[in-house]
Design a protein around this ligand. Structure first.
Ligand SMILES: [Zn+2]
Length: 87
């Protein structure tokens, strides 16, 4: 798995896959607390907490992220990737 930044070890809140690194596909900067993350395995959106571990988004964060065109594009890319790997 390729990633650009090491983050404290944690697990995806959706599927439990271990996470030790992340890449920022939006602006290339190191992820910060409050930034969203999409799990490459299950596609769930999580948020980095103050300790840079993933947590589920609050309802307010989820509503905001759901309207973000970049998040929508990531979701479509993840869906397309999943279809490609099933063939
Ligand atoms: Zn996951």
């Amino acid at each position: 798995m390729r990633y650009d930044f090491l983050v404290p070890s944690c697990a995806c809140p959706g599927c439990g896959v271990p996470l030790i690194g992340a890449s920022n596909v939006w602006d290339g900067d190191k992820p910060q607390p409050g930034d969203a993350s999409m799990c490459i395995k299950c596609g769930i959106i999580s948020v980095f907490d103050a300790g840079m571990k993933l947590r589920p988004p609050t309802k307010k964060e989820f509503a905001k992220l759901s309207r973000d065109g970049r998040v929508q594009q990531m979701g479509m890319a993840h869906t397309a990737m999943r279809k490609d790997t099933k063939q």
